[in-house]
Ligand binder design. Sequence first.
Ligand code: HSE
Length: 440
Amino acid sequence: MAELNTESTTPTVGVALLGMGTVGREVLRILGEAEQDFTARIDGRLEVRGVAVSDLSKPREGVDPALLTDDALGLVKRDDIDLVIEVIGGIDYPRTIVMAALNAGKSVVTANKALVAAHAMELADAADASGADLFFEAAVAAAIPVVGPLRRSLAGDKVNAVMGILNGTTNFILDAMDKRGASYDVMLAEATELGYAEADPSADVDGYDAASKAAILASLAFHSPVGFDDVHCEGIRNITADDIAAAKAAGCTIKLLGICERLVDEESGDESISARVYPALVPLSHPLATVSESFNAIFVIAEHAGRLMFYGNGAGGAPTASAVLGDVVAAARNVVHGGRAPGMSTYANLPIADFGAVRTRYHVDMTVQDRPGVLAEVASTFAAHGVSIKTVRQEENVDGARLVVITHHATEQALEETVDALMQLEAVKNVRSVIRMEGN
Ligand code: HSE
């Protein structure tokens, strides 16, 4: 419970900050700069009473050394702590601390997408049991308000799809490969230097960071538990300059997309969820194609609201701190005034669809022998698997002919079987790449 400040009637909310990395430092800086505004917005004063760090010997600018501790668990259990801000990262260690805080009835604000994607239900159950709040706006696309809109603003609607650019590092790399002809390796190094990339950039380039965010978005959008392991995930390591050029030739650009979709079985009407992350061709006319550099954008399609787009800074210290502090104000107001934000809503409990049932379009790039009948053979292989061809482009190359086929919508299973069959044809020298096409 918030306590009354003896000099005034303003209650004080005791805060524990876990982590003093880029985001933790910004949280403290902004809190210090706008103290009176926070007090007015909360109807109570925030007091940071402890800051947990892993290495006490490191100099920490902007924080009273007396507040520093390496005992995060002890800190969150203290009686004078009402609210815990977790910006440590990782999964197992913060899970222990956050669970202890929630079990003790302390509200938690976390920016940790990996933790929420892996353990949302366990954390939400603990919060429900103790009456604490659990907020995680910063876990998805940092400064962009999308968790709050899905959790609150769209609670009266039916969301059918969420599709977005959920990772700044990969967007930065793909955008530079497209616009400047830059190489993948050079741009990855630049993204790391600029602080966009995760400590281990494979979380970015292999799609895991986006997959965590997609799991969180799918859970909220479809009122169902969706975890990291439920998300089909492919990264951008295999995207080449040739793929980018082929996308341009098709009037598209390549983006790493996180897609959460409500699938409806045509015969039974049964609903299921597809959550997936992969690089895809996006037509230049689609709003997501214009999202450049390290920006993120999330497109939501709801039955009554229609199409909504959320755009902005999805990474970085200050943008992430902005989202953290928005949650801090909401959680602290609840500490002062009582009440709770709505918990995780999972009543719909929709199953996760088999990836093979997902339907999209495909850009299939192959090298074939340049002789009579080859095009017919390739076309009949697509037809035999029920995959309808939309366009075919052929150009000569040194190995024979390059054939780029763009399909109409087909299931992943049908496409996979088609590609397997194409590779058995003597006329097909290789299938260079298969990239999905989204956004049309
Ligand atoms: N590495 C992430 C990105 C930061 O590039 O978007 C936010 O999760």
